[in-house]
Design a binder for this molecule. Structure first.
Ligand SMILES: [Zn+2]
Length: 256
């Protein structure tokens, strides 16, 4: 079980710090801002080995240039399709990153939809999936098609249920409020709400989220399930395909 810490950046983003076998050396996922990362490194007397980038949006990459000026020799991994300045290693679907200070390889999954080059990093049971899947939510479809996003979500759904979702934003409570309008009788969803309220009141992250739980409470993973499908129909959905249902659900969330 790797040690992974959340570093809050900007308003509601998380950068993730993966501590290696030598726990004083870390890898950062999605440095949206440099300062909180530099503070984390200094406060804990750590060295930065590498940066992993899930997609090109500024709130996930804004700290890259400043971190590079402090640590010019670090490796930076990202998708070629997303063209992020500073990348030293372009990576794609099914490739594997091997870092000497980690106990296991990192597997790359292409998960386009939010952006065309969006990727996820799977390290042991930890999935860093940026803005594709959130706890009880899903990212906006900015660059890809609904078909691409659906395939990306299916790919995540099919990972082992003990996978832990390390996503890019603290959106969980707002996502739960939306989910409850569609799935009001879901007791596991109500339970997650009280759990998240407690964490947030203590200023703690609601993440990572367990995939097994997400499969039971996240409406974007349950478009084909009866309570969600009938709620969508009540709100005007007339389609007959899971991709259309996912898109309708995302559009409902956009208006919520
Ligand atoms: Zn994004």
């Amino acid at each position: 079980m790797p040690t992974i810490a959340a570093i809050p950046v900007l308003t509601d983003n998380y950068s993730w710090a993966i501590h290696g076998i030598d726990a004083t050396r870390i890898i950062i996922v999605d440095p949206g801002e440099a300062k909180p990362i530099l503070n984390y490194l200094a406060k804990n007397n750590l060295k930065l080995d590498a940066i992993l980038l899930t997609h090109h949006h500024w709130d996930h990459t804004g700290g890259v240039q400043s971190l590079l000026s402090h640590f010019p020799d670090i490796a930076i991994y990202g998708s070629k399709l997303d063209e992020i300045p500073g990348i030293t290693h372009f990576i794609k679907e099914n490739e594997v990153i091997i870092l000497e200070n980690l106990s296991a390889p990192i597997h790359i999954l292409a998960i386009p939809g939010h952006t065309l080059g969006h990727i996820a990093f799977l390290y042991e049971n930890a999935l860093f999936c940026g803005d594709t899947l959130f706890s009880v939510g899903m990212g906006k479809i900015f660059e890809g098609t609904a078909t691409q996003m659906y395939a990306s979500i299916e790919k995540i759904k099919n990972l082992p249920p003990h996978t832990l979702i390390y996503c890019g934003h603290e959106y969980t409570l707002a996502n739960i409020r939306f989910a409850q309008t569609l799935d009001p009788d879901n007791t596991k969803l109500s339970f997650r709400k009280s759990e998240v309220e407690k964490l947030i009141s203590k200023n703690l992250p609601s993440l990572p989220a367990l995939l097994r739980t997400e499969l039971e409470i996240n409406p974007f993973l349950r478009c084909d399930k009866k309570p969600i499908l009938s709620a969508l129909k009540n709100k005007g959905y007339t389609g007959d395909h899971a991709i259309a249902a996912l898109l309708f659900l995302r559009e409902l969330k956009n208006k919520f």
